[in-house]
Design a protein around this ligand. Structure first.
Ligand SMILES: Nc1ncnc2c1ncn2[C@@H]1O[C@H](COP(=O)(O)OP(=O)(O)O)[C@@H](O)[C@H]1O
Ligand SMILES: [Mg+2]
Length: 415
């Protein structure tokens, strides 16, 4: 029990802040012990902070809800969080670094060596207003031997690392941290939202044979591309479910909340999936009159925007390489993936098999967590990088158990 660690994930989305509190130990999936949500539309636009006070308030409320729930299991108040970062300013690149370990053949690769080689890979030139937000170690090579996930304790003379570096605007990053601090919490880590979502929706096998993750949020659609067992590319499209909702609002003459309700209950991205004559009644924008529309006509307002978003996605993934690399297809997650017909629309436009990504490999009795709009928040609590894992495992650098633990971790199955 003493090795349990409590991790709080904070998904700062454009429609809601979602907070997940998870209890973790060395083995077994994270146990979700608290969940809270709070609306964020006044504070976040297209993934970035536009109002510090409102975002801080949303963070505070979401954490408070989650904390109250978690109190039934643990008494600790939340102090530190892992927060998601999004926004069009987020970019990424693949880099590598190499070092010589030492002359002696007995020389074992230490934690310091790993840190040193990662630091070299991270030494990139950035404009003055940008900074590195996150560095993901993809894999290592020891004396030319590839495919090594953790070289700690191995013998070798030459160590190479391949990393994925995520960068963003320093001001946008600081604004987000300010919101977390104003709500009364320390931000231990900032993690790309789509990468966090991928932690609990994409299996290691899918990452190996290649797949595309789409996190469909309210005002952003985030793409993450995996192959060779690791993240290779991320990109944000500044369009999302709210754009569909606004199209419905304009088309129907309905307020945004009414249009959203109609979309979520009766909408379809593919008109042929709904009856052409079945009618839906909604409140007109004057707040007094009821109007009707057929489900088919409603979906005619939805289809063009869904297609526009997916065509942008198609352009991005085509840039990467031949689509043969994405043999396991597309995984859609985030609230927007729940729109009827979204899977079919993806298959039509991206020409790849598509499935819905619900958070996997988690435990706990909190209800309502098998929800794709929580993938990012849950993924934040499940996010582990190489060096962090050793801290959680609580073992020294030379222990072989770390490697076993990591192997188990990386090979985790998604039953
Ligand atoms: N059942 C549903 N059908 C269609 N769209 C949905 C459904 N549930 C949620 N959404 C949409 O998902 C979006 C919110 O996704 P979410 O991931 O929670 O947003 P964010 O993380 O950007 O705050 C909204 O546009 C909402 O209307
Ligand atoms: Mg989301």
């Amino acid at each position: 029990m003493s090795k349990d660690k409590i991790i709080t994930g904070l998904d700062v989305g454009s429609s809601k802040v979602a907070c997940i509190i998870a209890r973790k130990n060395e083995s077994g999936p994270p146990e979700i012990i608290g969940m809270g949500k709070s609306p964020s539309r006044d504070g976040i636009k297209r993934g970035s902070v536009v109002n510090i006070k409102e975002t801080g308030r949303a963070i505070e409320a979401a954490v408070e809800h989650a904390e109250n729930m978690a109190k039934e299991v643990v008494n600790d108040a939340v102090k530190n969080v892992y927060a998601s970062i999004k926004g069009i300013h987020i970019e990424s690149q693949n880099k590598s670094g190499a070092i010589n370990i030492g002359a002696s053949l007995e020389k074992e690769i230490s934690r310091d060596d790993i840190q040193r080689v990662v630091d070299i890979a991270k030494a990139i030139q950035l404009p003055a207003d940008k900074e590195i937000i996150q560095t993901i170690t993809k894999n290592f090579l020891v004396d030319g031997q590839s495919g090594i996930t953790n070289p700690m304790g191995m013998e070798g003379t030459h160590l190479t690392v391949n990393v994925h570096i995520i960068t963003g605007l320093t001001a946008a990053t600081n604004n987000l941290i300010k919101c977390v601090n104003n709500a009364g919490f320390e931000c231990d880590k900032l993690i790309s939202g789509v990468i966090a979502a991928g932690e609990v929706t994409i299996s290691q096998d899918e990452k190996k044979i290649g797949c595309v993750l789409l996190d469909m949020g309210a005002q952003t659609t985030d793409i993450a591309v995996y192959f060779d067992g690791a993240i290779q590319f991320i990109k944000e499209i500044p369009l999302g479910g709210d754009d569909i909702t606004w199209d419905i609002a304009h088309g129907l003459g309905a307020s945004f909340p009414i249009a959203q309700e109609v979309k979520e209950k009766y909408g379809s991205a593919v008109p042929s999936l709904v009856h052409s004559s079945e009618e839906v009644t909604y409140l007109y924008v004057d707040g007094m009159n009821q109007k009707t529309i057929t489900k088919r006509a409603l979906s005619d307002f939805i289809k063009p925007r869904v297609e526009e978003i997916l065509e942008f996605v198609d352009i991005e993934i085509k840039k990467i390489k031949s689509k043969n690399m994405f043999s396991s297809g597309v995984v859609i997650t985030g609230g927007g993936c729940q729109l009827l017909g979204m899977k079919e629309a993806c298959e039509n436009i991206l020409k790849l098999p598509t499935r819905t990504g619900i958070p996997q490999n988690i435990s706990g009795s909190v209800s309502g967590i098998a929800d794709p709009s929580l993938s990012c928040a849950i993924g934040l609590t499940n996010y582990l990088d190489l060096l962090e894992f050793e801290e959680i495992a609580g073992q020294g650098p030379e222990k072989s158990g770390i490697f076993t633990g990591l192997k188990n971790f990386f090979n985790k199955s998604f039953g």
